[in-house]
Design a protein around this ligand. Structure first.
Ligand SMILES: [Zn+2]
Length: 482
């Protein structure tokens, strides 16, 4: 099947950079791009009219936990004074004795909901660094059903984090030091890497830098090498982690990871906000950014989530200038990679106090080609002959925008995932007129709402002090009593 996209402003690929082709044409043949240019006369089986719209390469979201925002809602826990911005210590560290795994149907709904949400927002490729326990065959089925590209395998760690009945956090070694988890991930990748015509790709996910002992990291690096896949690890994500590694191993996190053998061109470091020299870390020694750049590891930057926690990378521009490959991820809801470009740009400017910093081109690159680079894929994130037919068409002609002069600048400055009209992945239209061609969205929304409500309503049963969700994160306004 040949599909022709006609008449939009096309973000084409020159061979070395994106370029804008006004009134452009893109032709897809099967699952690949066959033509990008201005020839309107080329034959096709189906034509999509994109006049007045922006035709972009599919965006790459490097941080989508395929789950609902149950815990994220509680991230601004007003009662917590000792979490040091370690969000997973707020809601993610259960009381060991009260711990019950979420029921498999709830996990399944969360996965489907998140993968659908990321796709609708324009991310044709996501990196999922963890998605709840169990039923990974079901996960693979969901990826098949939703229609996007996903890099995933089950996350694992050598140490769990718990909260005791008085609210103290602690780490506890797993009896197997995480080896069963690693084996499960390796088995998953052996079995499912390349499933759904290559839309599902394996990537190893040792969970967080400080919950993985050096020997587990070394074995992870060796396993990734043997499997020929990449590796994602949450690192530099919070002060608690930084201090834990500093006190336990007497070095900052990047040094720890480098010595554990996990830094290389196929490694994605999720967050990497807390590095030596950051204004919130009293540790001015060494040059961690240089180590990241030298090893060729990438950073998956999630500016919105960190702004919510009153934190910023220092800075997006500085990392890029130091030669680090930086991609973007959302981490928290909304899984809106288009708004995330704006957050990346604005927060970098604020940190550097440079209004001319973090230009639209840089954050657009981060959400496309640099994200693709992080995943080792030259055939994603660009509209070029031979690249995968992953395309996003955005409607810029709405009164919500100002009149548009440069469409890419407009997208970064005003746009959101809600403006995404058409999404094509692997040559198939998976979102048409803003809606899934494969999934009943109303049904999925209702399932997601019911699942989240159940979890929030029962929060007291798992909280260390038996508190309700409202006590932890009160509603914006008090609720009117009849
Ligand atoms: Zn994460």
């Amino acid at each position: 099947m040949r599909i022709k996209i006609l008449g939009g402003a096309v973000v084409g690929w020159s061979g070395s950079h994106h370029e804008l082709i006004p009134d452009g044409v893109v032709v897809l043949e099967g699952n690949a791009i066959d033509y990008v240019g201005s020839d309107r006369a080329l034959p096709a089986d189906k034509t999509i009219d994109a006049a007045g719209k922006l035709v972009c390469p599919g965006f790459i979201n490097l941080h989508v936990h395929s789950q609902l925002n149950i815990g994220d809602y509680l991230i601004t826990d007003v009662t917590k004074k000792d979490y040091l911005s370690a969000n997973y210590f707020v809601f993610g560290a259960p009381v060991k004795e009260k711990m019950t795994p979420p029921p498999p149907p709830s996990v399944a709904v969360g996965r489907k909901y998140a993968l659908m949400s990321a796709l609708k927002n324009g991310a044709t490729t996501v990196l999922d660094p963890g998605s709840g326990p169990g039923d990974f065959e079901g996960y693979v089925e969901t990826v098949g059903q939703i229609g996007g590209r996903v890099f995933f395998s089950p996350a694992y760690r050598s140490h769990d984090i718990f909260t005791d009945s008085e609210g103290h956090h602690y780490y506890e070694a797993r009896p197997d030091q995480g080896r069963k988890g690693l084996q499960q991930a390796v088995d998953f990748i052996r079995k499912f890497h390349g499933a759904h015509q290559g839309r599902l790709q394996g990537i190893l996910n040792p969970a967080q830098a400080e919950t993985c002992e050096p020997s587990l990291l070394k074995e992870s690096a060796a396993a990734a090498e043997e499997l020929g896949v990449g590796l994602h690890i949450h690192a530099g994500g919070n002060l608690r982690e930084f201090l834990q590694i500093l006190y336990h191993h007497r070095k900052p996190v990047v040094e720890y990871l480098a010595e554990s053998g996990v830094l290389g061109p196929k490694t994605v470091l999720g967050h990497m906000v807390y590095v030596a020299g950051h204004s919130r870390v009293d540790y001015p020694f060494g040059d961690e950014l240089k180590v990241i750049a030298t090893t060729g590891a990438s950073v998956g930057h999630c500016p919105h989530k960190y702004a919510k926690m009153a934190l910023a990378m220092e800075s997006f521009d500085s990392y890029v200038e130091r030669g680090i490959n930086v991609g973007l991820g959302t981490d928290t809801y909304p899984l809106d990679i288009i708004s995330e470009m704006r957050y990346a740009s604005l927060i970098s400017r604020l940190v550097d106090r440079k209004y001319h910093g973090a230009r639209p081109a840089a954050v657009f690159n981060a959400a496309t080609i640099w994200g693709a680079e992080a995943l080792g894929r030259k055939d994603l994130g660009r509209l070029a002959r031979g690249a995968k037919a992953d395309i996003v068409i955005v409607d810029l002609r709405t009164l919500r925008y100002g009149p548009v002069r440069d469409p890419v600048t407009a997208l970064v400055e005003y746009g959101s995932g809600a403006d995404v009209e058409t999404v094509i992945v692997d040559g198939e239209i998976v979102i048409e007129r803003g809606h899934s061609t494969r999934v009943d969205e109303a049904e999925l929304l209702a399932q997601g709402e019911a699942t989240a409500k159940r979890a929030w309503d029962n929060w007291a049963t798992r909280d260390w002090a038996g508190r309700s969700a409202e006590e932890i994160t009160p509603p914006a306004f008090p609720i009117h009593k009849q």
